[in-house]
Ligand binder design. Sequence first.
Ligand code: IPE
Ligand code: IPE
Ligand code: MG
Length: 225
Amino acid sequence: MNPINHVAIIMDGNGRWGIKHKKSRNLGHRAGLNTVERIIKSTIKKKIKHLTLYAFSTENWKRPQNEIKFLFKLLDSFIDQKINEFNKNNIKLKIIGNINVFNKKLKKKLLKSEKLTKNNNRLQVNLALNYGSKSELINAFKILNKNKLIINIKNIEKNLYTSNIPDPDILIRTGSTNRLSNFLLWQLAYSEIFFEKKLWPDFKEGDYNKIIKKFRKTKRNYGNI
Ligand code: IPE
Ligand code: IPE
Ligand code: MG
């Protein structure tokens, strides 16, 4: 049975879910938050130590202003409502991505939440915000260059947002689109990838369990036979 240290998820399909239910894309995003809570609880039950959630990509700035605004409002109130519960449940929150461009108040809130939960160790939730794998890699290369460090795997990994986080064993993408959309391109080198038809708000614990079961039985070769 393969051990699982880390599950990463591209939570896709909120907008389509909203439209499908004759509501707005934004209501789809709100519905997606319920899945976030379900999956966090389920990940704890499975005793998996790392869960990484792709919430906003460096390319998502291309979306209409009203949707971007709504997403950040949702994030802001989610943190307000849930951070103490996270803390009580021994969950550590880590942000991956460039949050320097966020407004001061939100940035401060995110940093404060990380600080509050930094000693928790039941589950680490890595929230990918304004995350893009290509800029993450460029950033790491720049640091190595500036400090005249040699380019090797260890030095690169030390300077990614995900330093100290094991590579994902499993990547799940909901919403029936089979692509990576600039997510963890380096870290996913040997992950098992599961593309799921269901839209994120429809993704349930049972769907998660099925993926885990399938993963457990997969033979991971890492180039060997
Ligand atoms: C993913 O859902 C969530 C974010 C990018 C914030 P989408 O908003 O991409 O939903 P679809 O793919 O348009 O349905
Ligand atoms: C990926 O979904 C980003 C997140 C889930 C945050 P997108 O909906 O942005 O991806 P594309 O644009 O369809 O590739
Ligand atoms: Mg999408």
